[in-house]
Design a protein around this ligand. Structure first.
Ligand SMILES: N[C@@H](CCC(=O)N[C@@H](CS)C(=O)NCC(=O)O)C(=O)O
Length: 208
């Protein structure tokens, strides 16, 4: 059984999607980041950075409980545990890891900053809004070019790189982006949205 500590935000949703896609047994525990629950000592024992998501797998690599934080590490762990959504051939595997790292180091942080400056900053800072809105647009352009060449981010097959990136792309319109400018990304999001496991994953911990 996997204990999931999370919240329905893009970094949480990528793991929710993976758990659903991989058919793993899990129990979801809400960590309400709007109410500061991520700062509790109990949560920070498994997630020392005080951010969701985190998991505890009761059947870890050494047979006992195994705690893990950082969504990219969790996706790699779950893919390796189940042998799914991460190719075993060296080139295919590195392509997936490459685009997963692009999400973790680029899309997530930059889209996140765009959201902060547009929707959360206590005062309007034009420089921040412009810088991160432009960066969000640039990164969507990188995704669009990639998805114009291949079906999925890692190549021919749907993988954890797609699961990681999809929930962030879903918030791009709220970050001032016109998705019609990115037709290949739209083709890809339409296809991923139609997956039942994705629909279930996106709904985890959302109020019904
Ligand atoms: N690199 C981390 C980022 C996690 C992250 O930023 N999570 C956000 C929610 S999407 C969070 O917990 N925010 C709480 C806070 O900023 O205090 C990961 O991918 O797991």
């Amino acid at each position: 059984m996997i204990e999931l500590y999370s919240w329905p935000t893009p970094n949480g949703q990528k793991v929710h999607i993976a758990l659903e896609e991989m058919g793993l047994d899990y129990r979801a525990h809400g960590v309400n980041i709007g109410q500061g629950e991520q700062f509790s000592e109990q949560f920070q024992r498994i997630s020392p950075n005080g951010r969701i998501p985190a998991i505890v797998d009761s059947d870890g690599p050494e047979g006992g409980p195994f705690a893990l934080f950082e969504s990219g590490a969790i996706l790699l762990y779950l893919a390796e545990k189940t042998g799914q959504f991460l190719p075993s051939d060296p080139v295919g595997r590195m392509r997936v890891i490459e685009w997963l790292m692009f999400q973790m180091g680029g899309v997530g942080p930059m889209f996140g900053q765009a959201g902060h400056f547009r929707n959360q900053a206590p005062e309007r800072v034009e420089y921040g809004i412009e810088r991160y809105t432009r960066e969000t647009e640039r990164l969507l352009g990188v995704l669009d070019r990639r998805l114009g060449e291949v079906d999925y981010l890692g190549g021919a097959e749907y993988s954890i790189a797609d699961m990681a990136t999809y929930p962030w792309v879903q918030v791009a319109e709220r970050l001032g982006q016109r998705m019609g400018d990115f037709p290949h990304v739209l083709r890809w999001t339409d296809e991923i949205s139609a997956r039942p496991a994705v629909e279930r994953g996106m709904a985890v911990l959302k109020p019904s």
